[in-house]
Write a protein that binds this ligand. Sequence first.
Ligand SMILES: O=C(O)CCC(=O)C(=O)O
Length: 324
Amino acid sequence: MSKRNRTLDSFFGAPATKKPKPEEVKATEDDEQKAGHVSNEVSNHSTYPFPLPQLPPGIRETLNFIPASDGQTINDQPDLDLLYFQPYIPKEIVRELYEFFRRELFFYRVKYTIKRGPTETQINTPRYTTVFGLDETARFDENGEIIDAANGRPVPKGTYKCRPRPIPQCLQVLRELTQNATGCTFNFALVNYYSSGNDSISYHSDDERFLGVDPAIASFSLGAKRDFLLKHKPTAGKHESESKPLKFPLAPGDMVLMRGKTQSNWLHSIPKRKSGDADKGRINITLRRAMVKEGTENYYRYNVGEGEVYQWHPEKREMIPWKG
Ligand SMILES: O=C(O)CCC(=O)C(=O)O
């Protein structure tokens, strides 16, 4: 990778713990400039199918004002701990940011098989996905090589079966500002694109061991409004939400920070929808922190996979296979 195309790996530094004041955000920008990362450059890496443009300056500057409103704590249910921002992204840039990510990122429609006993079932992920990041045990150096986080030495070949990708500038900005605003640390950005009301994610919890105990996950919504449902995991006493889930109609710009015991006790989903503006498409970005290599392997397996690359076609107004 050439120097011109370095990504913002310098942002993998120590976690910030406070909400940024404008002058603190300025300091972050200065740091980026020192590292030569703020310019008209693209983000690129040998693992990217194609380079990704950096955020337009107008969007970048307005993002300094996140969160656009105070978060509402939702913890009135057993083991539930959410911080719900309505919105988190300033209204003025919400549409442009949605269109930017949909237009510029590369996506996948991952297929994989699961085995239950002797039976193998093929799963077609019902949405477009993409992912960037690396777990806590390693980081990218300034040349985009993976080095051991503890001793700074290149990780031995074969350490990862997948090919991890550095977070591009357009998502690094969101990561950095959200770390400052929430006091949480993130090393992964997962992106879902729901192209219509037929795309969905079924009930699940993000409670894999590789995320550590009580993980915090920041989940952003852009584009169409979609219902986010939450129900308690099965309990002996049957929690009311098991038959009547909690429903949050996530609007463009909203962010839900799921934290505490939420993942170990609750399931969440975005169900298919036939009505409303679901067919207009929606982007979801989650920021997470994987602690160990298994997290990296898992995220690339299920969000990149081995299939073809898709890219938004502005005239056809749909994702089409990228021809290279
Ligand atoms: O699209 C959403 O809001 C939820 C996404 C989600 O649950 C996930 O990626 O694990």
